[in-house]
Design a binder for this molecule. Structure first.
Ligand code: UDP
Ligand code: MG
Length: 149
């Protein structure tokens, strides 16, 4: 089973959209295996967004992501990495499709509500950065036979 790292950014938390965003992953049929609520340190944020460190928006992105609490999560399911990216929508909420989290709930690229790992390697890296192995819970929802053949 695949796992991916998802984080509700400080704008999602401040706007009271935590339940709305989690609902979309839950009702889709993915399984929550890790969850924590924290204000990220600058070090964690810089590691998380390390791939963007030469980009002009890096400083303001790290300022923003550390500016308030985030909901860090790991979700599990078949094809969850790519599917979560589809649920989330394109990076710029102004052009994200309606029906996606960013397309339905945001208007600005610097306030796009949610992060999701973009590939198996980044999912592994980000899960390891935000969670210890014993903070992830392996379990099988009783509804699983109604979600999967
Ligand atoms: N970002 C930004 N300005 C830009 C591009 C990206 O503020 O011009 C921020 C935005 O919050 C985005 C994050 O940097 O979610 C990481 O960018 P990436 O291209 O990896 O987008 P994502 O994977 O989040 O869709
Ligand atoms: Mg990205």
């Amino acid at each position: 089973m695949e796992r991916t790292f998802i984080a509700i950014k400080p704008d999602g938390v401040q706007r009271g959209l935590v339940s709305e965003i989690i609902r979309r992953f839950e009702t889709k049929g993915f399984t929550l295996v890790g969850l924590k609520f924290l204000i990220a340190s600058r070090e964690l944020a810089e590691q998380h967004y390390g791939v963007h460190k030469e980009r002009p928006f890096f400083g303001s992105l790290v300022d923003f992501i550390t500016s308030g609490p985030v909901v860090a999560m790991v979700w599990e399911g078949e094809g969850v990495i790519a599917s979560a990216r589809k649920l989330i929508g394109a990076t710029n909420p102004l052009t994200s499709e309606p029906g996606t989290i960013r397309g339905d709930l945001g208007v600005n690229i610097g306030r796009n509500l949610i992060h999701g790992s973009d590939a198996p390697e980044t999912a592994e890296y980000e899960m390891g950065l935000w969670f210890k192995a014993d903070e992830l819970v392996s379990w099988t929802p009783t509804a699983m036979p109604w979600i999967h053949e």
